[in-house]
Design a binder for this molecule. Structure first.
Ligand code: C2E
Ligand code: C2E
Ligand code: C2E
Length: 91
């Protein structure tokens, strides 16, 4: 079924996100900022988000969750989990 998005923890690299062009990364950056504000979690270099949030973001970007995951890896904003599972979990 899903290549990388199914049982993988999604960890955004906030430093990479901040250095991307706003026209592409803007919606993602605003989404991450909102989650940080809701959690009062402002000091991290990374932000773990819900799998459900990736689905919402895919709708915003008019892509499938897998396509968006691939894009996030290309942008360098998707860090592998501590176990590196983002790259290993290709079923
Ligand atoms: P909420 O969804 O009612 O969650 C209340 C609290 O339960 C959260 O407070 C957090 O301490 C805990 N919690 C809920 N789900 C998880 C989870 O999957 N993992 C962990 N580690 N803890 C969880 P917190 O963090 O202060 O968040 C406050 C509210 O902000 C949340 O209320 C939710 O409405 C929103 N929020 C925070 N982070 C996210 C996120 O990543 N995605 C979405 N969609 N909403 C978020
Ligand atoms: P850390 O804060 O020292 O947390 C180490 C590990 O303890 C985490 O590994 C996780 O397994 C667990 N842990 C810490 N806080 C929570 C929590 O609120 N809920 C749950 N369920 N587990 C928790 P993990 O997830 O691989 O994260 C590794 C490191 O990455 C964290 O070290 C932290 O420095 C950073 N990190 C990951 N996600 C976030 C995030 O959303 N915000 C921030 N500020 N840092 C994050
Ligand atoms: P995590 O804290 O290690 O949680 C792993 C999974 O356990 C979550 O995946 C979710 O399916 C479930 N879970 C944990 N706590 C709760 C909870 O309070 N309520 C519910 N309904 N489910 C819970 P998910 O949703 O994909 O989230 C992935 C990671 O994103 C979480 O790993 C956590 O690091 C972060 N996260 C998600 N939502 C919140 C939140 O509201 N607050 C904070 N601080 N972190 C969150």
């Amino acid at each position: 079924s899903s290549a990388v998005t199914k049982s993988t923890k999604i960890v955004l690299n906030l430093e990479s996100l901040g250095s991307l062009p706003a026209d592409e990364a803007g919606p993602l950056a605003r989404y991450a900022s909102t989650i940080q504000a809701q959690r009062h979690d402002y000091n991290g270099k990374v932000l773990s988000i819900r799998a459900e949030d990736l689905k919402s973001l895919a709708i915003i970007y008019d892509m499938s969750p897998d396509e968006l995951t691939t894009r996030l890896i290309e942008w360098g904003v998707l860090s592998p989990g501590a176990d590196g599972s983002i790259y290993a979990d290709a079923d």
